[in-house]
Design a protein around this ligand. Structure first.
Ligand code: SAH
Length: 499
């Protein structure tokens, strides 16, 4: 990598969706980026490879957000590189296969900016492969054409090369919308109507689905199966091999709509895990978390020496560390203080801040912790909790001789649900509750409307389950313990009953 004052641009292919299909070169470029300009990729997981502080800029088309024009994207790349940044322009599949990467390279060239092209695994070949279709095959197809279905939709001429010398296998990208016209056009050009033809949607992702038919019947088969963009069409003898060679299993949540009711700031990790299993995730944050560190900072309690600090939620951990940092301290201020965590998610939040919990109760409830916590007699114990936490745990610890101070360092407040999300929640296959307040606030946001079966209600831990039961009259599956892993497992279990 040459250092230049002008910065450098990497025009990189992210691959077709499966993060495992990104190249080593792409991952290296991401790891060194100052900014990443990315499209609507099938997988946003790759963006996590970018370093902290790297700017992630979405420049693609997505509902409700204004898309940048190609000219604007080119100008933005150049502007950043001229400011000395290392810019990664990350594109789905391969940047030079219907990716307009060539135009972006020309923009760099015109501005005198050095660039590197990182090819990617194109969906044209990979989506077919994941459906068990080899694009060439000895004795069946010895050539490959890749065309766009947009030409016909846009009213232009069909792909000339495809028409004049017909390839053994023809792959059509961006072809779902104009599919019937494309297929008719191919038959008019002399392709036999009985030619095998397949459509692969969301290839290489947990949402992958495909159908195999013929040129004559594919449009109907696609409509019947409800397939839509993004999809590739594979036309030619080898398409029929999908019936024998299809191998890829979509995720256990494929085709399921799952609602996440957590506060926006916490939803993304859970949403990413569910999406990785194929779910269509609807984020419906019915609550937001407000830190109230004043209770700890005003009288220096954050710094005083405690024998135990007992954390009961990831929010409590975040608010506590905010108070600590606000007082100019960090994890070292804990010194010899022992730390206890109720629940895997809480322990995880501590670990992320460099603290390993000294104690976790066998079952993740405040009651069990109050019974099991060692060395309580005479110990000074801090409980940084939510404003909604009652005093049962504090009371039980006091009865064991602990000197307990419970401080409310965050509060959860209801967040409004817009009409579109409300509809999405009511049409969900599963709704996840990671806290009692999420259940109570969703109940309030829905008004009279019922969350009727077959929608599954999944609760993370006993406290959420209790509140969900009170609010909706039932809980279908309760996570074995209050952790994200257990919640995801419970969701898969809840939705595997359907089929
Ligand atoms: N540069 C990309 C193609 C961009 S054009 C590449 O090399 O793959 C966008 C089209 O690519 C979509 O309309 C669809 O036809 C296809 N496509 C992209 N990702 C896909 C996927 N995961 N499964 C099926 N088709 C996909």
């Amino acid at each position: 990598m040459t250092e230049t004052a002008r910065g450098h641009v990497w025009i990189a292919g992210a691959g077709p969706g499966d993060p495992g299909l990104a190249t080593v070169a792409c991952m290296r470029a991401l790891a060194a980026a100052d900014s990443v300009l990315y499209d609507a990729l099938a997988s946003e997981e790759l963006l996590r490879a970018a370093p902290a502080g790297c700017e992630l800029v979405y420049v693609g088309k997505r509902a409700a957000r204004h898309a940048m024009t190609q000219r604007e994207i080119g100008a933005e790349i150049v502007r950043r590189a001229l400011a000395g940044q290392r810019v990664v322009r990350l594109k789905g599949g391969d940047p030079f296969v219907f990716g307009r990467g060539g135009e972006e390279a020309l923009a760099c060239r015109a501005a005198g900016i050095a660039y590197t092209i990182i090819p990617g695994v194109t969906s044209a070949i990979a989506a077919a492969a994941y459906a068990g279709i080899p694009v060439t095959h000895r004795g069946m197809s010895a050539s490959l054409g890749v065309v766009t279905g947009r030409t016909r939709v846009d009213g232009g001429e069909p792909g000339d090369d495809a028409a004049s010398s017909r390839p053994g296998t023809l792959v059509v990208l961006m072809g779902v919308e104009g599919l019937a016209a494309t297929l008719r056009g191919l038959m008019d050009e002399g392709w036999p109507p009985a030619t095998p033809a397949a459509c692969v949607q969301w290839g290489t992702t947990p949402r992958q689905r495909h159908v195999v038919a013929t040129l004559e019947t594919l449009a109907e088969a696609v409509a019947k199966a409800g397939l839509g963009a993004p999809a590739v069409m594979v036309i030619g003898e080898t398409a029929a091999l999908a019936d024998e060679l299809a191998w890829f299993e979509p995720g256990p949540l494929a085709g399921k709509r799952v609602v996440v009711t957590r506060a926006r700031a916490q939803a993304s990790e859970l949403a990413a895990r569910l999406a990785a299993l194929g779910a269509e995730v609807v984020e419906a944050p019915v609550l937001s978390v407000r830190h109230t560190p004043e209770g700890l900072t005003t009288d220096e309690r954050v710094g005083s020496r405690w024998d135990w600090i007992v954390f009961t939620s990831a929010n409590g951990v975040a608010a506590f560390f905010e108070a600590l940092n606000g007082a100019g301290r960090d994890a070292r201020a804990l010194g010899t203080t022992k730390v206890a965590a109720v629940g895997g998610a809480t322990a995880e939040a501590l670990r992320a801040r460099g603290v390993i919990a000294d104690f976790e109760p066998a079952r993740a409830t405040g009651a069990v912790l109050a019974e099991e916590l060692p060395r309580v007699q005479g110990a000074r114990i801090l409980l940084p909790v939510s404003s909604l936490t009652d005093d049962r745990m504090a009371g039980a610890l006091r009865r064991r001789g602990g000197l307990v101070e419970q401080v409310a360092i965050y509060e959860t407040v209801p967040a409004p649900l817009d009409e579109a999300r409300r509809e999405a929640v009511l049409a969900a296959d599963a709704v996840l509750f990671a806290s009692g307040s999420a259940a109570r606030f969703l109940r309030a946001a829905l008004g009279e409307a019922a969350l009727a079966p077959p929608a599954r209600l999944v609760a993370m831990g006993p406290e959420s389950a209790e509140a969900t039961r009170a609010a909706f009259g039932r809980v279908d599956v309760e996570a074995a313990e209050p952790s994200l892993d257990a919640l995801v497992t419970a969701t898969v279990k809840a939705l595997s009953w359907d089929s």
